[in-house]
Design a protein around this ligand. Structure first.
Ligand code: NVA
Length: 307
């Protein structure tokens, strides 16, 4: 069976990402689709979720399908039941699995054992669905991706990895400022640099936030302590104290630059109080775009039938 998984944003070609974004714009504009009529999608969560659960549940419904949500304690992936067994039970009754996991190996194992598409709805390594919504938001608010510059301030985490690779894939430049030891994984940086170079763009790791934001069209940040890292919170607050996004930092970016955050935000840590209300903040529009991008993605993975 010819199934498509989305474990990393690089599982989609640049053309496919553009296709998802274009379709998301149409669906956001009111296009009606029944692409998932008669289809069901299992939504498996090992971690909490507001936006991703909401957007997948609504996206499946709005495309005419049926979502089935499993809270973290219900399934006990790899604890109550082996991951491979969960995949083999679900594949017989649903048309797609989406999973939010701790270890990236868990989504890989689900994909290896399921004959239906598996979507990574955030693992410790990547957050490709977020990157799709982010790229859609950047395109919408700056008018372009090719040639745009995104400055990411903070941790080289799952969100940063998918955005760096997704941006590079579409010819946007990406620069991330992180304290020593908290940057993008070396292999991701090398891959993103190579992808960007093919499209006349650049990917860079720097240390100083001020250096990253100079000339940027987008200033982006995410939490310093991701889900599952709670026992490092104190040490991370210390390491990242110079990395707060403030109106002063925003002022160093291009005039008109937008501010983005995938949320949830830790106010007073990675963002100064009030940053979400900054005149250039598009954080809530970005959160809404998760719905539209997810619909575009599900149409791609599960086949589109004309409405
Ligand atoms: N980096 C964050 C993203 C939350 C959507 C985390 O993994 O907790």
């Amino acid at each position: 069976m010819n199934k498509r998984d989305l474990l990393s944003i690089t599982d989609l070609s640049p053309k496919e990402i553009e296709g998802v974004l274009n379709r998301a714009v149409e669906l956001k504009g009111g296009a009606v689709s029944n692409a998932l009529a008669g289809k069901s999608v299992a939504l498996l969560f090992e971690k909490p979720s507001l936006r991703t659960k909401l957007s997948f549940d609504l996206a499946v419904h709005q495309l005419g399908g049926h979502p089935v949500y499993f809270a973290p304690e219900e399934v006990g992936l790899g604890k109550r039941e082996p991951v491979a067994d969960v995949a083999r039970v679900l594949e017989r009754q649903v048309d797609c699995l989406m999973a939010r996991t701790f270890a990236h190996a868990t989504v890989e194992e689900l994909a290896a054992h399921a004959s239906v598409p598996v979507v990574n709805a955030l693992s410790d390594a990547e957050h490709p669905c977020q990157a799709l919504a982010d790229l859609l938001t950047i395109q919408e608010h700056t008018g372009r991706l090719q040639g745009a510059t995104i400055a990411f301030i903070g941790d080289g985490n799952n969100v940063a990895v998918s955005l760096a690779l997704g941006a590079a894939s579409l010819g946007a430049s990406f620069v991330i400022a992180s304290p020593q030891g908290y940057g993008l994984p070396a292999a991701v940086l090398a891959k993103a640099e190579a992808m960007a170079a093919e499209r006349n763009a650049t990917v860079k790791q720097v240390v100083a936030p001020q250096e990253a934001v100079r000339g940027a069209d987008v200033v982006y940040t995410d939490v310093w302590t991701s889900m599952g890292q709670e026992n490092e919170a104190q040490q991370r607050r210390q390491a990242f104290q110079e990395y707060q996004v403030t109106p002063e930092l925003m002022a160093l970016a291009k005039p008109g630059a937008i501010f983005m955050h995938d949320l949830p935000a830790h106010h007073g840590e990675e963002i100064a109080e009030g940053m979400l209300e900054h005149p250039r903040s598009v954080a809530f529009a970005q959160a809404e775009n998760k719905l539209h991008a997810t619909k575009g993605l599900l149409e791609l993975l599960l086949g589109r039938t004309p409405a």
